[in-house]
Structures are given as structure tokens and as C-alpha cells.
Design a binder for this molecule. Structure first.
Ligand SMILES: *Cc1c(COP(=O)(O)O)cnc(C)c1O
Length: 393
């Protein structure tokens, strides 16, 4: 069993992907080929924003957004304490201080109450200027932008939506579907192979409705170019999406829209139904919690993460599943504020106990659009057995 089955995906899409790659080779327009611009237009339209600028990876996408806003020394940027390292790394790389904020146990996303408290504490201390919140759409579910927007507007700070795992998710607001990558003042995503929409290497993109920032980012990603590449008006970076990756993404985006997003949601529904059934029959501990999606929210299920009672139970179950040939992952074993890289920074202002606890209890099960019902039944059966074996021993 595969944790995320990229091989089956390739076999399914092989004729189209091979053709797309061959076309790039034949035209030999490897950098900034037509496929890149075509993909950017399709991604912008999918997300429902005016501008999409592709780049080399999801980490660069975050960096380009922070650069466009001129965020640096003396600034505070609020970051959830339970996320992939890059969400906070990029902030520190730009010289600003990431201030870690606790998350909600139910959605794994940033807690509005904790965010509000962190912003107010930073303002009261008066040492750093609050500039932005990096709101992460963790495991595929959008953060609660209805709440985050209110706090951001009240304090005049930007929202940087980190939708590296969130592409394809959405929220119904006032009867209208709003898609991930449209919630931030600037939003970003990653095309790392295992993300909901992945390419065959590294890739990323930035999204915004703001034309001035979009133009700035288009310049920053190509050495701060002015009228052309050899007219350099600012210090930038080299961060482009390869034409080959764009061509592969054109094929993958079509599959994502036509059936993958739907299929992965069906798989999530099956897991939850199986787990809830076992739980109500008393075959799973009460403390085992299946992931929940908020009312009106839609997830792209980058991960299907269950919660166990404690670290010992999680470690036991993970080892048991491994023995049965079922791969699982722990996203994330360490909260951001405990990462050695942030050791010298004054980045803890609020209670972070929920994220601390999640790191000890979370376990991601195999999840992807090609997962079959029989495989899922096997996984759930093994989860029941694993936890049962432990209860007896
Ligand atoms: C994967 C990921 C990134 C970084 O994306 P890369 O393309 O690997 O650089 C940033 N934030 C989150 C939440 C991620 O999951």
C-alpha cells in the first residue's frame, strides 16, 4: 500500500503526460515557455483571482509575497505553531520575527482567539510592528478566513494565505463558493509532488488580485528585472517554474478538476464512516478522533489525520500498522516554537498547548485519489486491531 500513490496516478495519465513532456522537448523552450503562461491563466481562473505568478517552489512563493510587502527587520508576522517549517522559516529569512499562534484541535488551523491575543500582546509590548498573518490551510482545509479577516482588518495587517496543502479547498460565504488561493491579500501554493496538485519536481505559485504586487513579484522572481532580464531595477531572486513542470501540471490540473478532487473526498468520507462505525460499536477508544471539516468548508485532503489519546498510543499504532504493511506519517512531530532554528528568537507570546498536544497525538493515514475502498477497509481494520492489541497488553 502506498501512502500517496503517485505511481498509479502516472499510469492513469501516462499518455497525456508523456505527450506533454515530449512537446516541451521538441520545442526546447525550457524556461518561460508558452505552457507556463497558459497554466498561470488557468490557475488564476480556477482560484478566482486576477493574477497567478508561478515560481520554483512553495517556499519561494511565500518569500516572494513577503518581499513584495517589504517585510523585514522590526516586523512581526503571525504564524500557526502547527505547520510545515517553511511557513515560519521564510518570515525569519526576511529578518522579521515569526510569532507563533496556537491552533484549533478540530480543524488543525490557526485559532482566531489565539491570533487576536498574540497581535494584542505584540502591540502592547511595542517592540515589533505587526505586519501580516501567514494563515495555513493545513491538510487541505481552508483556515477560517471569516474570523481571520476581521482580526486582520481591525489591526491593519495583511493575510498571506499559505495554501501549499490547500489547493482545491473552498468555503461557502454568503451562498458563494470561495476557493483556496483567493483568501489572502496574497496567497501561495506548492506543486511539490505529494501536495494536492503536484508536479514532477519542485514548483509553486503566488496569487493576488493586486496588480501592483503582481507586477512586483513578476520582477522579483527574475532577478528584479525592469523592462527586460538585463535591466535590473531591484534585488530579486531566480525562481521560475520550468516549462516541463508547467506542461505536466496542465495535464494534472485537468484530472484534478475532472475527478481527483471528487475521488479524494469520497475516500475521506469512506474513512470517516468506517471509523465512526467502529467507534460507535465500541471497538475504538473514545479518544480516537477522525478529522472534521467545518460546516460550509470543503477540503482537498492533503492529509487524512486522526488523533489518538496520547503519544504512547500513537507510537504503538504506527509501529503496528507498519508491521501490517500500512504506511503512516506524523505531521508534525514538533511544534514550530520548539524548532532549534528559532531558538534565539522571541517568538512565543501566547499559550501553545493545543499545538503541543496535537504533535503527540496526530497520525496521518494513507490518502490519495486512487485509494480503493478495500484498502481503506484494511487500514481501519488494522487501526482497530492495533488499538485493541494495545488495550489488552
Ligand atoms: C509544502 C509546504 C510548503 C513549502 O512548499 P515547497 O514547495 O516544498 O517549498 C509551505 N507551507 C506548507 C504548509 C507546506 O505544506
Amino acid at each position: 500500500m502506498q501512502f500517496r500513490d503517485l505511481k498509479t496516478q502516472y499510469q492513469t495519465l501516462k499518455p497525456e503526460i508523456d505527450q506533454a513532456v515530449t512537446d516541451v522537448m521538441t520545442a526546447s523552450d525550457f524556461i518561460s515557455g508558452a505552457q507556463v503562461t497558459e497554466l498561470e491563466a488557468r490557475l488564476a481562473s480556477y482560484a478566482g483571482v486576477k493574477h497567478c505568478i508561478t515560481c520554483a517552489n512553495g517556499t519561494d512563493a511565500l518569500t516572494l509575497a513577503l518581499m513584495a510587502w517589504g517585510i523585514g527587520t522590526g516586523d512581526a508576522v503571525f504564524v500557526p505553531n502547527f505547520t510545515f517549517f517553511a511557513s515560519g522559516e521564510t518570515v525569519a529569512y526576511e529578518g522579521a520575527v515569526p510569532i507563533f499562534v496556537d491552533v484549533e484541535e478540530g480543524s488543525f488551523n490557526v485559532s482566531a482567539a489565539s491570533l487576536e491575543q498574540a497581535v494584542e500582546t505584540v502591540i502592547k509590548e511595542g517592540k515589533l510592528k505587526p505586519k501580516a498573518i501567514v494563515a495555513v490551510d493545513l491538510f487541505g482545509q481552508p483556515a477560517d478566513y471569516r474570523e481571520i479577516r476581521k482580526i486582520a482588518d481591525k489591526h491593519g495587517i495583511y493575510i498571506l494565505e499559505d495554501a501549499a496543502q490547500g489547493f482545491g479547498g473552498s468555503i461557502q460565504i454568503d451562498g458563494k463558493e470561495h476557493r483556496a488561493c483567493s483568501f489572502g491579500d496574497i496567497s501561495t501554493t506548492s506543486f511539490f509532488p505529494a501536495k494536492p496538485l503536484g508536479c514532477y519536481g519542485d514548483g509553486g505559485a503566488v496569487f493576488t488580485d493586486n496588480e501592483e504586487w503582481a507586477n512586483l513579484i513578476r520582477s522579483l522572481r527574475i532577478h528584479g528585472k525592469g523592462s527586460d532580464k538585463y535591466d535590473n531595477v531591484r534585488i530579486g531572486v531566480n525562481s521560475r517554474l520550468d516549462t516541463i513542470q508547467a506542461a505536466i501540471l496542465q495535464v494534472k490540473l485537468k484530472a484534478f478538476e475532472e475527478y481527483e478532487l471528487e475521488a479524494v473526498n469520497q475516500a475521506a468520507k469512506r474513512y470517516t464512516e468506517l471509523l465512526e462505525k467502529e467507534k460507535s460499536a465500541g471497538r475504538l477508544p473514545k479518544g480516537m478522533i477522525a478529522p472534521r471539516v467545518k460546516e460550509g468548508f470543503f477540503s482537498s485532503w492533503a492529509q487524512y489525520s486522526i488523533l489518538l489519546d496520547n503519544e504512547e498510543e500513537r507510537e504503538h499504532l504506527q509501529a503496528y500498522l507498519k508491521e501490517k504493511g500500512i504506511p503512516t506519517m506524523v505531521y508534525y512531530p514538533k511544534p514550530m516554537h520548539r524548532q532549534g532554528a528559532f531558538a534565539g528568537l522571541d517568538c512565543v507570546k501566547v499559550d501553545l498547548s493545543v499545538s503541543e498536544s496535537l504533535c503527540k497525538r496526530v497520525l496521518a493515514l494513507p490518502m490519495h485519489p486512487y485509494l480503493e475502498a478495500e484498502e481503506q477497509a484494511r487500514v481501519v481494520e488494522a487501526v482497530v486491531e492495533g488499538l485493541h492489541v494495545r488495550a489488552k497488553s
